[in-house]
Design a protein around this ligand. Structure first.
Ligand code: ZN
Length: 294
């Protein structure tokens, strides 16, 4: 059907916690789903150690059942985005607060050997058989230990999934064509949004943050791929709001009007890291160069 030009393509996002799928790449996810792509999210941990970041949800009944509450939030978010999802089954490492940082809690995801976690992910890759896999860059996008572990495990699994000698008990080999890192939280974008807010005579939520964030042009130059997805910013916001314990509806996520965002930065941005197909960069599509599935 011409309305679903991407039927047959499969995209897998590997994320650290429930809510990451809605805060990173969610608008392009919604766009690809609308175009017929099957999108599968793998969530490495249950988010058991996430703090409650929305003052309205800071209630004893929610704190006592945080794991279950976050599962329900995730169910809502995946319905809104139109994705399927698996839990990789590891336990949130938590944000190590303090100076010096405290040791990571026993048994948490960031302490699991990469091989062990990669085998589980390889199994899911071989079952779902994605054409494209996304994960975080080597800094984790932000330096949460679970985000860095997510990067390491995803890269290892992307390489191993197509290798018949690797994890032979984890299914039939399948080599995804492309691996991407998320880069949407980049400084030029934040700066452009900040400037646009000031130009509209509005308060920018990013002034302080920008003062502390030194420009890193070489890092930003790693972006290869900008996917237009502003028609889906509303879906992205609804998915974020589904994670009610993690997202303050009055917070910085929603401070910038969607029309301003669509005007100033209508894309989500990625870095193509590995490609087994011919796909010259820059590009505007995660599936560029991948032949239409039969
Ligand atoms: Zn996270």
């Amino acid at each position: 059907m011409s309305q679903r030009p991407r039927a047959g393509y499969r995209l897998m996002h590997v994320h650290a916690h429930p809510d990451d799928e809605s805060s990173k790449g969610a608008a392009s996810t919604a766009r690809y789903v609308a175009e017929g792509v099957d999108v599968h999210v793998v969530t490495c941990t249950g988010g058991e150690r996430g703090s409650i970041l929305n003052p309205k949800m800071e209630r004893p009944d929610i704190l006592a059942n945080i794991t279950e509450v976050r599962r329900q939030e995730m169910e809502r978010a995946r319905d809104i985005l139109g994705v399927t999802q698996d839990w990789l089954g590891f336990v949130d490492s938590g944000w190590p607060d303090g100076d010096p940082k405290p040791p990571l809690p026993e048994g948490c995801f960031a302490l699991v050997p990469v091989e062990e976690a990669a085998e589980r992910l390889v199994r899911l890759i071989r079952e779902f058989r994605p054409h494209v896999v996304t994960t975080y860059d080597e800094r984790g996008g932000y330096p949460h230990p679970d985000h860095i572990a997510c990067h390491q495990v995803s890269v290892a699994a992307f390489e191993a999934a197509g290798d018949p000698d690797a994890f032979p008990d984890a299914g039939e080999p399948w080599q995804p064509a492309k691996l991407y890192y998320h880069h949407s939280f980049n400084r030029p974008r934040m700066e452009a949004l900040h400037e646009a807010m000031l130009a509209h005579g509005l308060d920018s939520p990013w002034g302080e943050r920008l003062k502390e964030w030194k420009p890193e042009p070489e890092w930003d130059a790693r972006i290869t791929t900008r996917v237009p997805c502003s028609d889906y910013f509303g879906v992205r916001d609804q998915a974020l709001l589904a994670h009610a314990t993690q997202i303050d509806p009055d917070g910085h996520w929603f401070a910038i009007p969607r029309e301003v965002q669509a005007d100033v930065w209508p894309t989500e941005d990625f870095e193509l890291v590995v490609s087994h197909v011919d796909s010259p960069t820059p590009e505007d599509d995660l599936f560029a160069g991948i032949p239409a599935p039969q």
